[in-house]
Ligand binder design. Structure first.
Ligand SMILES: [Zn+2]
Length: 101
């Protein structure tokens, strides 16, 4: 969210920044979490989750998408790479379900 006097924040930013100077802000979207039902449980009881986030560090021209499991960064994608990955994932799901797109 963008406070009126908080300086520039992209429309997708969900961080309040709490008084951070505008030039030092790392913008983050609301994290999307996907339960991974075929991954080993954590400590034998907690499902692992894939966290998808949109992040833009100070000085970066565009955001990137980060894929994490817990604290482990699996990959970070440019927006173009994210679009290609998303199309590929939907294509694989359609292939598995024998559905034509
Ligand atoms: Zn922001």
């Amino acid at each position: 969210m963008t406070a009126p006097d908080a300086g520039p924040c992209p429309g997708w930013c969900a961080d309040s920044h709490d008084g951070e100077p505008a030039a030092e802000r790392a913008h983050c979207a609301r994290v999307r979490l996907i339960d991974l039902s075929t991954m080993p449980l954590i400590a034998g009881k907690h499902v692992q989750r894939l966290a998808l986030d949109l992040v833009q560090e100070p000085g970066e021209d565009e955001p990137r998408v980060q894929l994490r499991i817990g604290d482990y960064l699996l990959a970070q994608l440019t927006i173009a790479e994210c679009e290609r990955a998303g199309i590929a994932l939907v294509g694989l799901a359609a292939l598995a379900r024998d559905v034509e797109l």
